[in-house]
Design a protein around this ligand. Sequence first.
Ligand SMILES: [Zn+2]
Length: 91
Amino acid sequence: MIAAKKFATPRCVGVLTSGNACLRKRQHGDFCAYHQKANQQVVLHLIEVNGILHFVDDKNMVYDSEAVVTKQPNPRVIGQCTKIGDTMVML
Ligand SMILES: [Zn+2]
């Protein structure tokens, strides 16, 4: 065993809903326990779209907030958004 390996603690590559990188210890592949679960579906970000907070994935697909909050397995996509200036708007 190489001693240096003990200090190499790769961190989760997931992103928190705040937009910051998740720095939890990896437990399953590249992800912490939380993001491993999240990554089985889609990683969602809480983003303000048209002035209302919505759950949006990396492809700017907007999900049905109620379905996400109530942890339904496949939340419905209600639309797509795009960034105009500093504002996200629904297409
Ligand atoms: Zn994580």
